[in-house]
Design a protein around this ligand. Structure first.
Ligand code: VGL
Ligand code: ZN
Length: 212
C-alpha cells in the first residue's frame, strides 16, 4: 500500500471542534461538517492518545457580530490584537450548540481542551489565543506526555484546524492533517490560503485510510 503511515505510541490525534454549532442546523454550520464524525470516530478507535478541542465562548463574546453595534457576521473588525472576523453567535458555553456532535466518541479522548473562553479574545488555535501570546497549555501537556507527532482533523480546516496545525509546527511538533476528516468554512479564499500556509510550514496531508 502506498503512503501508509504507522500510528505509534508518541502520536496523538487532535480532533478540533466537532460540535453541533459547526454541523448542519448549527449556528455556524460548516458545509458537510457532520461528515467528519464517522472518519474522526474511526481515527479515535486507532489512536491510544487523543485530545478534543471545544470552542467555548461566554455569551456576548467579542468574536460575535452581535456584540458590535451595526456589524454583520463575516465582516472584519480591528481588535486590540489585530484583525478579527465577526461570527454569528456560536458555541456559547453550556448550550446544545457548544456540545459535541452526539455521535462523536468523546469517551475515547483523554483531554478536552476548551478555548475561546476569555470574553475579549478569540481562540482559533488549540495552542494560542488570537492575541498570539496567551497559551492554552496544550504544548506543555503534549510534551510532558512525550507526544511528538500530532495528527489533526475536525472543523474548520481553514480556521481552527489550520491555526492549530501551524502553531504545532512552530512548537516543533511533526504534524499530519487528515484531509478527509476535515471540512472548511471557505471565506474569501481562506481554504486555499490555509492549505498553502500549512504546506509551506511542513504540515503533511494524509488520508485516513493511510493511517494504520
Ligand atoms: C471556528 C470560527 C469561529 C472553528 C471557531 O472551529 O474553526 N471558526 N470559531
Ligand atoms: Zn468560535
Amino acid at each position: 500500500m502506498t503512503g501508509a503511515r504507522q500510528i505509534g505510541p508518541t502520536d496523538v490525534l487532535l480532533a478540533v471542534d466537532v460540535q453541533n454549532d459547526f454541523c448542519s442546523g448549527g449556528a455556524l454550520a460548516v458545509p458537510g461538517g457532520e461528515d467528519v464524525v464517522a472518519p474522526v470516530n474511526a481515527l479515535l478507535a486507532r489512536f491510544s492518545n487523543a485530545v478534543l478541542t471545544q470552542d467555548w465562548h461566554p455569551a456576548g463574546h467579542s468574536s460575535f457580530a452581535s456584540s458590535h453595534a451595526g456589524r454583520r457576521p463575516y465582516e472584519t473588525v480591528e481588535a486590540e490584537y489585530g484583525q478579527q472576523v465577526l461570527w454569528p453567535d456560536h458555541c456559547v458555553r453550556g448550550t446544545r450548540g457548544a456540545a459535541f456532535h452526539p455521535a462523536l466518541e468523546v469517551d475515547r479522548a483523554q483531554l478536552i481542551l476548551r478555548k475561546g473562553f476569555h470574553p475579549k479574545i478569540d481562540s482559533y488555535s488549540a495552542f494560542y489565543e488570537n492575541d498570539r501570546t496567551t497559551p492554552t497549555g496544550l504544548s506543555a501537556y503534549l510534551r510532558e506526555r512525550g507526544l511528538s507527532r500530532i495528527v489533526i482533523c475536525g472543523l474548520a480546516t481553514d480556521f481552527c484546524v489550520a491555526w492549530s496545525a501551524l502553531d504545532a509546527r512552530r512548537h516543533g511538533f511533526d504534524v499530519l492533517i487528515v484531509t478527509d476528516a476535515c471540512r472548511a468554512i471557505d471565506l474569501d479564499g481562506s481554504l486555499a490560503a490555509a492549505m498553502g500556509e500549512m504546506n509551506e510550514a511542513g504540515v503533511q496531508p494524509v488520508a485516513s485510510h493511510d493511517l494504520v
